[in-house]
Ligand binder design. Structure first.
Ligand code: UFG
Length: 354
């Protein structure tokens, strides 16, 4: 039996695939490469020394997705594929509803037809909207304030309804806080193909001198130093949360939701200072207007994941800053080759309908 990872060539998916391969799982990636490249798939194999099955398929393409489901027998699905920019979702809600919701419906339909009953869904802390209480527990009210968050919440609601209707289903929803960092090899991590949306990719671009300044969005929030406070989680810890969730699915039926964060808050200035200290790099920054839609503080209560998944994050903010910088510097496999790591190139069979 194989595990299907949708969005497996993405920032989070690629880390999860490496961890699954380390556990000798048979991994099938479906990814439309809209925000990734084949090089990521090659690097997953390079790091793990194992092969994955890769198919460039958009989840909305029912015919192609059906063929993938008919080719493999899946024990579980880890569903990460989707679009994820808050800003873009405000500009282009139709794309967000179509890609995230329609894509998920087609995936769930394929699972049903092929009798696949276990799924882990990648959700986001954005479903909470403006938090009433910090830290935020899973039971907090969910009132997203942007279309991206609304699509995540709609999918969560659908999954809960499915679990109510079919007592045989095993579903885990994971609400991510702010993932940063990269795989320790420096070979896979966040390399957005378009302009980044988040703090860390902006910081590393300023460090690379690709941008002159980092814009700090507001310094008069009601926080320790006036800048926004977030719960940053190392991508390796986020990935291990999925592995623990897979174990949990072994003897669980129903639908359960967990926060995945570090449980600790850092301000923008604290992140800038940690990045400078750990990497010995000066960052130019300037304070600008607050960004519309930002909240002052967002920190996860991670007690439920600790209790039920037996999961705890291990990495420090220093690890996160160090690894984020490393991936930015190691731009391509070429660099790895120079360091003596040889990658055996193989021709990827993209999906050919039979
Ligand atoms: N920030 C800056 N300058 C930048 C970018 C960000 O000062 O150039 C600040 C933001 O104002 C915020 C903090 O850095 O205080 C983190 O911002 P990010 O954009 O990195 O992350 P967000 O917390 O805004 O958003 C993240 C995810 C979203 C998700 C949300 C859930 O990227 O997908 O958490 O809370 F919806």
């Amino acid at each position: 039996m194989a595990i299907l990872v949708t969005g497996g060539a993405g920032y989070i998916g690629s880390q999860i695939c490496v961890d699954l391969l380390a556990l000798n799982k048979d991994v099938v990636i479906v990814d439309d490469l809209s925000n990734s490249t084949l090089e990521v798939v090659e690097n997953i194999e390079l790091i793990s020394g194992k092969k994955v099955h890769f198919f460039q398929v958009d989840l909305k393409n029912k015919i192609e997705l059906d063929l993938v489901f008919r080719t493999f027998r899946f024990s579980e699905v880890i569903h990460l594929a989707g679009v994820k920019s808050v800003n873009d979702s405000i500009q282009n809600p139709l794309e967000y509803y179509s890609q995230n919701i329609l894509g998920t419906i087609i995936l769930l339909d394929c699972m049903k037809k092929n009798n696949v009953k276990k799924i882990i869904f990648s959700s986001s802390a954005t479903v909470y909207g403006v938090p009433e209480k910090i830290p935020i527990a899973e039971s907090a009210k969910t009132e997203p304030i942007n279309p991206y968050g609304l699509t995540k919440l709609a999918i969560e609601q659908l999954l809960n309804a499915l679990a109510n209707a079919n007592k045989d289903l095993s579903i885990v929803i994971l609400r991510y806080f702010n993932p940063i960092g990269a795989h320790e090899s420096g070979l896979i991590g966040e390399k957005p193909l378009s302009k980044p949306n988040n703090l860390m990719p902006f910081i590393t671009q300023v460090a690379m001198k690709e941008r002159e300044y980092l814009n700090v969005f507001g310094d008069d929030y009601d926080t320790k130093d006036g800048t926004g406070v977030r719960d940053y989680i190392h991508i390796a810890d986020l990935s291990s949360g999925h592995i623990m969730a897979l174990n949990y699915l072994d003897d669980f039926k129903g639908c359960e939701t967990f926060n995945l964060g570090s449980g600790t808050g850092f301000s923008v200035l604290e992140i800038i200072n940690a990045f400078q200290r750990v990497n010995g790099i000066h960052l130019n920054y300037r304070v600008v207007e607050k960004r519309k839609g930002d909240v002052a503080v967002c920190i996860a209560d991670i007690a439920k994941a600790a209790l039920l998944l037996n999961w705890r994050p291990n990495k420090t903010i220093e690890d996160m800053c160090k690894d984020s910088w490393k991936i930015q510097q190691m731009q391509s496999v070429a660099l790895a080759k120079e360091e003596g790591i040889i990658i055996e190139k193989r021709k990827y069979e993209l999906w050919i309908p039979q």
